[in-house]
Design a protein around this ligand. Structure first.
Ligand code: NAD
Length: 370
């Protein structure tokens, strides 16, 4: 079988602790399921700065570009608060996103039944929730020019950010959303503000056009982004895939994330364009949480976001749908059994460590794989 090349970039803080749990799973899968994952490990963030004076070395960047997928832990921490801006830990992640041209950010919000009580919304609103937010990541108002603060006299200044989207940017992100929908419940809701923004008018036209030409089998609806925010907290289960721009996606994905409980549960993926020859996309998978310096090194971090990121990697980079389904089922079963890391612990549940959680999920996955 062709090798599946993975680059592991554990990073800082709890990143290495979480990635270690995925490594256990990969080793077991290679030995028992003949999965052929080939892993290399690099440095990113503060650990790369300590070793090379850069937030990612050119050698590790080349490994990332050559890999089928990158598994990224987390970066940052107080130790590196005063390093020069250009080599701060987060710059390593930004360089990966830029050089790998990762324009599509996928953030699932899954509410495991066992955790429905810990959401801030009523149990029946979130129990069994499974939605995917597809956010455009490299365009829009965060990058558009001009972007400046100018002096306009009389003690006044003017701040300008520019929201700009070209047709091709909307075509490619909506293509990702429709493709994802086909692997799920086949519904896409596109969100913009066409009532007040020209970029919203174009967004709406292009998504409609892409749908008509290539994805008419998928159910498409449109919603104004502010109404979408309300609907996400009123009845989130009405959605399957939501596609939206960089700014609205930033906010709506954080709203959706909080429907599900803890930061320690949330995976994400960032994808690039398909390679013209092989059809495969550059991809980076990472938990939504940061390096959690307050709990790093104590063996108490929740590894589920990292393990669920690996499940996304199997699903979207390697088309290993059954294995990804089984991994997510293993997570749900372990939570059902009452095992919890500290961040999701509640009365009557069994509190366990990072490695005990990793072992429990692997054991459950082994059972489901036999
Ligand atoms: P954080 O996500 O690291 O932590 C926020 C809170 O959630 C903390 O109390 C932490 O203990 C808890 N938490 C997070 N993940 C957890 C897990 N898996 N298990 C248990 N508890 C968990 O955010 P922060 O504290 O704002 O930032 C800490 C550092 O991480 C900063 O240097 C920040 O820049 C960096 N950061 C990095 C990324 C990234 O690497 N993608 C993302 C966000 C923040």
């Amino acid at each position: 079988m062709t090798a599946r090349k993975l680059l592991l970039l554990p990073g800082d803080g709890i990143g290495p602790e979480a990635v270690a749990e995925v490594t256990k799973i990969i080793n077991w899968m290679n030995s028992n399921l003949n999965t052929g994952f080939e892993t290399e490990t690099g440095l990113v963030g503060g650990s790369a700065y300590d070793a090379h004076g850069k937030s990612i070395s050119d050698v590790d960047m080349d490994l990332a570009l050559a890999a089928d997928a990158v598994l990224f832990g987390a970066v940052g921490g107080p130790k590196w608060n005063d390093v020069p801006y250009d080599v701060r830990p987060e710059a390593g992640l930004l360089r990966l996103r830029k050089d790998m041209a990762l324009f599509a950010n996928l953030r699932p919000a899954i509410c495991y039944p066992a955790l429905a009580d810990s959401s801030s919304l009523r149990k029946e609103v979130v129990e069994g929730l499974d939605i995917l937010i597809v956010r455009e990541l490299t365009g829009g108002v965060y990058f558009g020019e001009p972007k400046e603060i100018i002096d306009i006299g009389n003690g006044q200044k003017r701040a300008v950010d520019t929201q700009v989207y070209d047709t091709y940017e909307i075509e490619r992100i909506s293509g990702v959303a429709f493709e994802m929908a086909r692997t799920r419940s086949n519904k896409v809701c596109s969100m913009e503000k066409r009532n007040v923004m020209k970029s919203g008018v174009l967004w709406n036209e292009v998504v409609t056009d892409v749908h008509e030409k290539k994805y008419s089998d998928v159910e498409l609806s449109h919603m104004l982004a502010d109404a979408g925010g309300m609907q996400l907290v009123r009845w989130p289960k009405q959605f399957d895939v939501i596609v939206t721009d960089n700014l609205f996606g930033d906010m709506l994905s954080d709203v959706a994330a909080m429907l599900t409980g803890s930061l320690g549960m949330l995976p994400s993926a960032s994808l690039g364009a398909p390679d013209a020859r092989t059809g495969s996309r550059k991809a980076l998978y990472e938990p939504v949480h940061g390096s959690a310096p307050d709990i790093a090194g104590q063996g108490i971090a929740n590894p589920i976001a990292m393990i669920a990121s690996f499940a996304m990697c199997m699903r979207y980079s390697f088309n290993m749908i059954e294995e990804a389904d089984r991994m997510e089922q293993a997570i749900a079963n372990v939570l059902d059994s009452g095992k919890r890391t500290g961040d999701i612990h509640s009365d009557g549940m069994e509190k366990i460590s990072t490695s005990q959680m990793g072992n429990a999920i692997l054991e459950e996955f082994q059972g489901l794989s036999s």
